[in-house]
Design a protein around this ligand. Structure first.
Ligand SMILES: Nc1ncnc2c1ncn2[C@@H]1O[C@H](COP(=O)(O)OP(=O)(O)OP(=O)(O)O)[C@@H](O)[C@H]1O
Length: 230
């Protein structure tokens, strides 16, 4: 397995309208590793993720994915990068299963039936396969968006607070799924406020802040975001 970084950010400065939202951030993410971004509300985690996904130009520094400057217009980039952000992006007229088939087949998955059935099961959606998004609870809609990230091929999975709106049992299933992802050689970059998820899946973390963005062990990062600390 190639150990070249999947993501390399060097003094990456992110912000809006020329104003940085946090200190420059430097990290690498290797194949088969999970890196978490932690920090207070508004510290800049989602903004860093947007820059890694090419949805926002860096205000300074560089960010590369698979050895090339990030460019989400490149087919090769979009083929290898799956993301689930903090938005409810779904088609109102498609059922849960149809969403997953569309995503899988759109990305050329041959055994889409098996892959979709597995994702429905993993995310507790089997009995909602024929439901439209409007008929789902907010947590079930979140599961649908997460499931869509897992039915397509990927080398990098980017997740923005994937624990949001999930009950504890689904958080633990998500953690198992991410551990499997890592074991299969996939890389995951996630923003999270959940110390339990962080401890279960992350190898390292970056604490995003105004004055300095620091690389921490997963354990130190989990302690830093424990209740009463941040
Ligand atoms: N589209 C935007 N235009 C201008 N400012 C923005 C925009 N999106 C976010 N911000 C600001 O950028 C800062 C960082 O926001 P960001 O969403 O990256 O934080 P976060 O660490 O992900 O927070 P949370 O934990 O609440 O999700 C905040 O001060 C926010 O108000």
């Amino acid at each position: 397995m190639s150990k070249a970084p999947v993501v390399r950010a060097r003094n990456l400065l992110v912000g809006y309208g020329g104003d940085p939202v946090c200190a420059p951030v430097t990290f690498t993410l290797a194949p088969g590793r999970v890196l978490a971004l932690v920090g207070a509300n508004g510290s800049g985690k989602s903004t860093v993720l947007r820059a890694v996904l090419g949805l926002l130009d860096p205000a300074g520094g560089t960010v590369e994915a698979f050895g090339r400057p990030v460019d989400e217009r490149e087919t090769g980039f979009r083929k290898r990068v799956a993301s689930v952000l903090d938005d409810d992006a779904y088609f109102p007229a498609l059922t849960v299963a149809e969403h997953l088939y569309l995503t899988a087949r759109g990305h050329g998955v041959r055994d889409a039936d098996d892959v979709v059935a597995q994702a429905l099961d993993d995310f507790g959606l089997t009995e909602h396969g024929t439901s439209l998004p409007v008929a789902l609870s907010s947590g079930q809609r979140r599961r649908l968006l997460l499931a869509a990230g897992f039915v397509r091929p990927r080398g990098l999975l980017v997740l923005d607070e994937p624990e949001q709106r999930l009950d504890l049992s689904m958080r633990s299933r998500l953690a198992e799924r991410l551990v499997e992802e890592r074991a299969a050689g996939g890389s995951v970059l996630l923003a999270t406020h959940d110390p339990v998820l962080l401890r279960a899946v992350a190898d390292r973390a970056v604490l995003i802040a105004d004055d300095e963005c620091r690389l921490l062990s997963a354990e130190d990062a989990a302690a830093a975001i424990a209740p009463g600390v941040l």
